[in-house]
Design a protein around this ligand. Structure first.
Ligand code: SF4
Ligand code: SF4
Length: 444
């Protein structure tokens, strides 16, 4: 029997429309907008000035805090301005805007496709280089990768888990990467194992990707300590705690990190980025983005330079259909609707989903009928109907007591509610407010 996590979960329509579309590079745009805060933690500090000439891969903003990530130029050209721009979240944030001229790369970057397997760096040097290259978790969380590799004193990493689950409907970027860059991903996994000083790595892949499972199983060398764990299809299996439970049976306690149970989780996209950083000296300047939707002419997987406006991606997927009601960054479950398509792709952009107007209308909200469906699907064992009520009435103490901070915003409750209640909106709002209260309490 296939493994999976135990509590809750749903199975939305998969709609993997772009699963058979190979990764294609799209042309470099005439202008890129590169926000300096593209990871969890503190935004990087700009180190270039207006008018500066930059090359592809050049450091342009430095991550100086412990939880922060370096930012590199993703194009060559001239810095047009450093300004506040509206990002995908709708907030104004500092960004470096570069007018593109040619495509001149830093000489240190190996642009050949030769597979490089040997690495003489020691674990600390690997971690340091991952930090220098601005690598962050590409599964969506954008946690700086070097921080995950620095195991706190008193803890021990035993198992590296590679997340190839991609349980969000529509998204296929990880699936394609496993099929097309399997060898590079496996070298990246070995580098991460070396950095963590672990002997074993499990790659979790849902059984709806049998080609990726077979391909990686074929490439894995005997004695490497790497193995594939095929998983039952269930959302949100790509969430760290659910993936750890599915692969190992271990339970990460409330408000604790995976290292608590000896695990470190990284996405397949991150493993590929680590390969490129360590073996090719290539900073994180591009990524695979799925551009998809039932009304789009050409659902695709594009290799995109970070900073490219979303509207460019939609253009290469056949253009924005007239009947579009909503454009989402990410998948339909955890993604966020965009205010405008003039916002840039960032390190955490895994997909762009175009939804027709007929499917994007909000249903009329009905009274809660206490059916408890939201409770039974919550993978964190929360009571979403109760949390919605206490947040909407401003009772944040109660929201904290009922563990709102354990909510991972997976949207399973929202998806399943027969009354169309805006559960996820209230959960996000409540989490932000309670999170602020808790941080203020800790800092005082
Ligand atoms: S969004 Fe939060 S409350 Fe709702 S099912 Fe997911 S974890 Fe549970
Ligand atoms: S699923 Fe909706 S209607 Fe049912 S208990 Fe939860 S909030 Fe109420």
């Amino acid at each position: 029997m296939l493994k999976t996590f135990k509590i809750g979960g749903v199975h939305p329509e998969e709609s993997k429309l772009s699963a058979n579309s190979p990764i294609e590079p799209i042309p470099i745009p005439s202008k890129v907008i590169i926000p300096v805060g593209q990871s969890l933690g503190t935004p990087a500090t700009v180190i270039v000035e207006k008018g500066a000439e930059v090359k592809v891969g050049q450091l342009i903003a430095k991550g100086e805090a412990f939880i922060s990530a370096n930012i590199h130029s993703t194009v060559s050209g001239k810095v047009n301005k450093i300004d506040e721009v509206t990002d995908q979240s709708g907030y104004r944030r500092k960004a470096i805007i570069i007018d593109v001229e040619g495509d001149v790369w830093e000489d240190s970057i190996d642009r050949t496709s030769t597979l490089v397997t040997d690495c003489i760096l020691n674990p600390e040097e690997i971690t340091k280089k991952i930090n220098a290259m601005g690598i962050v978790g590409l599964g969506g969380a954008t946690f700086p990768s070097h921080v995950k590799l620095m195991v706190p004193q008193g803890k021990k990493a035993e198992l590296l888990i590679i997340n190839g689950v991609e349980c969000e409907p529509y998204l296929t970027s990880d699936h394609r990467l496993m099929l097309e860059k399997g060898e590079e991903i496996l070298v990246g996994v070995q580098l991460l194992m070396k950095a963590l000083k672990v002997e074993k790595a499990a790659i979790g892949i849902e059984s709806n990707k049998p080609d990726a499972i077979a391909h990686l199983q074929k490439l894995i060398k005997e004695g490497s300590g790497i193995y594939v764990v095929p998983l039952k299809v269930k959302y949100p299996q790509g969430a760290e705690k659910q993936l750890i439970k599915a692969v190992t049976g271990r339970e990460v306690p409330s408000m604790k990190l995976p290292i608590e149970v000896g695990c470190v989780v990284n996405n397949v996209g991150t493993a590929f980025a680590v390969y490129e950083a360590i073996q090719k000296n290539k900073p994180l300047i591009d990524r695979v983005v799925t551009v998809t939707g039932k009304s789009l002419k050409k659902p695709s997987n594009f290799m995109v330079r970070i900073g490219t406006p979303v509207e460019e991606l939609i253009k290469y997927a056949g253009g924005l259909p007239e009947d579009t009601g909503k454009v989402i960054s990410g998948g339909p479950m955890m993604g966020k609707a965009l205010n405008s398509t003039d916002v840039p792709v960032v390190k955490g952009t895994s997909g762009i989903l175009v939804i027709p107007a007929s499917e994007s209308k909000r249903v009329t909200v009905q009274n809660c009928i206490r059916c408890a469906r939201c409770v039974s699907v919550c993978p964190m064992g929360l009571e979403p109907y109760l949390l919605e009520r206490v947040v909407s009435t401003g009772n944040l103490d109660m929201a904290e007591q009922h563990r709102i901070l354990d909510c991972m915003e997976c949207g399973s409750c929202h998806f399943t509610c027969p009354s169309g209640r805006s559960l996820l909106d209230y959960l996000r709002l409540g989490k932000a407010r309670v999170g602020h209260i808790v941080r203020t309490r800790v800092n005082n």
